[in-house]
Design a protein around this ligand. Structure first.
Ligand code: HSE
Length: 373
């Protein structure tokens, strides 16, 4: 008896979506797992249809009506790669309510609407997967939720934004200008449509919320996560890497340190969750200091395992598409949601969130950057 194919509809054929579609058009055998259903692409919803056709997507697959796709009885799985808050959130919620499995690369909607989307997926009994939302192509969320499930996780920290890591690396190594390296990161397809989310640390903050959900079983409020370094006056610094100057970079380099935008979340003894996303001064010759360019690196400290580290390409269409496609294969193989067997998340309102405390080093701009190892 042959297994019924799983019919896939993709919403958004931009940087990530078009790479997902390309894998289907190339008829990758990896989309036909030997122990699951074959995956077939049935439709692609894209606002800019002409651009999609120019990118090689057959006109016959295209629609400009994503709301129809999420309600269509001809689609079993929705892939959301349009990004942004709305209409992505409404479309994903509707897809789950229609009983469709969903794969998304959208860290904003997972971080901000995680409690609602998790509830809808659990109520409908359908998988909701979002591996591509954190760490680009690095298999990270699955290993935390599944392979490390028997551990008590105490801390997760990492470089989770490729754009800012690319910028900080170029500013440090080549002494280049902030605006110039940001434009380069955008041209390479690393940055968000509005790169403010990257440089202000909001993208990394969304990813930290998702990591905390899998590590600690609770959706924390993104608004409660600190994204500003301290300053020598005691006032909050500028968000993310926006206050980092060439003078700061040079002064730290003279001490053998480099800046990395590090997202950290820790489970405190009183049950609170500490969470911060701040430029952090780490030794140049350390695993984070050596993590260059668009690479991401995440370290998970747990008991009894100790420290486990993940490193790889953290942004860009091909990397994120690889994670989306792997999620599709997992669904075809009958695996569940990204949170695997973990119980429903704790109520967001029940969790106290506070910044991660620690010593800092003063820099010429007046910022006081936390010291990392
Ligand atoms: N803008 C994001 C980054 C894309 O630079 O990491 C991948 O999530």
């Amino acid at each position: 008896m042959s297994i019924q194919p799983l019919r896939v509809g993709v919403i958004g054929a931009g940087t990530v979506g078009r790479e997902v579609v390309r894998a289907f058009l190339e008829r990758s055998p990896r989309l036909m797992p030997s122990d699951g259903a074959p995956l077939v692409l049935t439709a692609v919803a894209e606002k800019f249809t002409e651009r999609a056709i120019a990118n090689g997507i057959p006109e016959a697959l295209l629609t400009d009506a994503p709301a129809h796709l999420v309600a269509s009885t001809d689609v079993d799985v929705i892939v959301e790669t349009m990004g942004g808050a709305e209409p992505a959130h409404t479309l994903v919620a509707a897809a789950l309510q229609h009983g469709k499995s969903v794969v998304t690369a959208n860290k904003h909607i997972v971080a901000h609407y995680g409690p609602e989307l998790e509830r809808l997926a659990r109520e409908a009994g359908v998988p909701f997967r979002f591996e591509a939302a954190v760490g680009g192509g690095i298999p990270l969320l699955g290993p935390i939720a599944q392979d490390l499930a028997a551990n008590r996780i105490a801390r997760v920290r990492g470089i989770v934004n490729g754009t800012t890591n690319y910028m900080l690396t170029a500013m440090t190594r080549e002494g280049r200008d902030y605006a110039e390296v940001l434009a380069e990161a955008q041209a390479k397809g690393y940055a968000e449509a509005d790169p403010t989310a990257d440089v202000e640390g909001l993208d990394a903050l969304n990813k930290l919320v998702i990591l905390a959900r899998l590590a600690f079983g609770a959706w924390i409020d993104p608004a409660a996560v600190s994204n500003r370094p301290g300053t020598t006056t005691g006032a909050p610094g500028l968000p993310g890497i926006t206050g980092v100057t060439a003078e700061d970079v040079a002064a730290l380099a003279a001490e053998g340190r480099v800046l990395r935008l590090i997202a950290t979340t820790r489970l405190a003894e009183d049950g609170a969750i500490e969470a911060s996303v701040v430029p952090t001064a780490v030794p140049a010759e350390s695993p984070f200091g050596r993590c260059d360019g668009v690479l991401n690196r995440v370290e998970v400290d747990g008991l009894p395992v100790g420290r486990v580290a993940f490193e790889g390409p953290g942004a860009g269409g091909p990397a994120a598409a690889a994670a989306v496609l792997s999620d599709l294969v997992s669904i075809a193989r009958g695996l569940g949601s990204t949170w695997a067997g973990s119980p429903a998340a704790a109520e967001r309102s029940a969790i106290e969130v506070r910044p991660v405390a620690g010593e800092c080093v003063a820099a010429p701009s007046g910022a006081c950057y936390p010291v990392g190892d």
